[in-house]
Design a protein around this ligand. Structure first.
Ligand code: ADP
Length: 155
């Protein structure tokens, strides 16, 4: 168990649907610590890097285009095992199959328009946080209720 940082993107569909506050609130209520947050208009170049693992897929350009239709909100969240915890909260890629209670299961019906991106491993989180945040944009600060989030042998 370790305190990790992970990247979350609130996708253009989330901004268009006016549910940014609700989704941010889910992360806050879960106990994830917000260390960075900013609005960005993504470019094809950045998305080609971010979604390089999908470059052979027929929907590659479509996914990138959808991510450029409006700004995104990039967040750096931290917590014990935050990478896995955020992925579990997001649910599987296809919102139609995601369990009720997960973000995708509760808020979407799509494989593509699926509300959030979340880093899938420590290696990916490190690379992705550097891709979306400049040095100085991720802030270290103490959450006053930290001692009520974890037992003291959990981190
Ligand atoms: P995840 O976002 O769950 O980690 P991937 O990294 O496989 O999933 O895919 C990145 C994004 O590309 C997904 O969140 C989704 O928006 C889109 N995507 C992936 N697979 C499909 C698909 N089969 N059809 C449409 N969009 C897809």
């Amino acid at each position: 168990m370790a305190i990790e940082k992970t990247l979350v993107l609130l996708k253009p569909c989330t901004l268009q649907r006016g549910i940014v506050g609700e989704i941010v609130s889910i992360f806050e209520k879960k106990g994830l610590h917000i260390c960075g947050m900013k609005m960005m208009q993504l470019t094809d170049e950045l998305l080609s890097e971010h979604y390089a693992h999908l470059s052979e897929k027929p929907f590659f350009q479509r996914v990138k285009d959808a991510m450029m239709t409006a700004p995104v909100i990039a967040m750096c969240l931290s917590g014990v095992d935050a990478i896995a915890a955020v992925r579990a909260l997001a649910g599987p890629t296809n919102g139609r199959l995601a369990a009720p209670g997960t973000i995708r299961g509760s808020y979407c019906m799509s494989f593509q328009e699926n509300i959030v991106h979340a880093s899938d491993s420590p290696e990916t989180a490190e690379v992705e946080l550097k891709r979306f945040f400049r040095p100085g944009e991720i802030l270290e600060w103490d959450q006053c209720y930290f001692q009520y989030l974890y037992a003291n042998d959990e981190f």
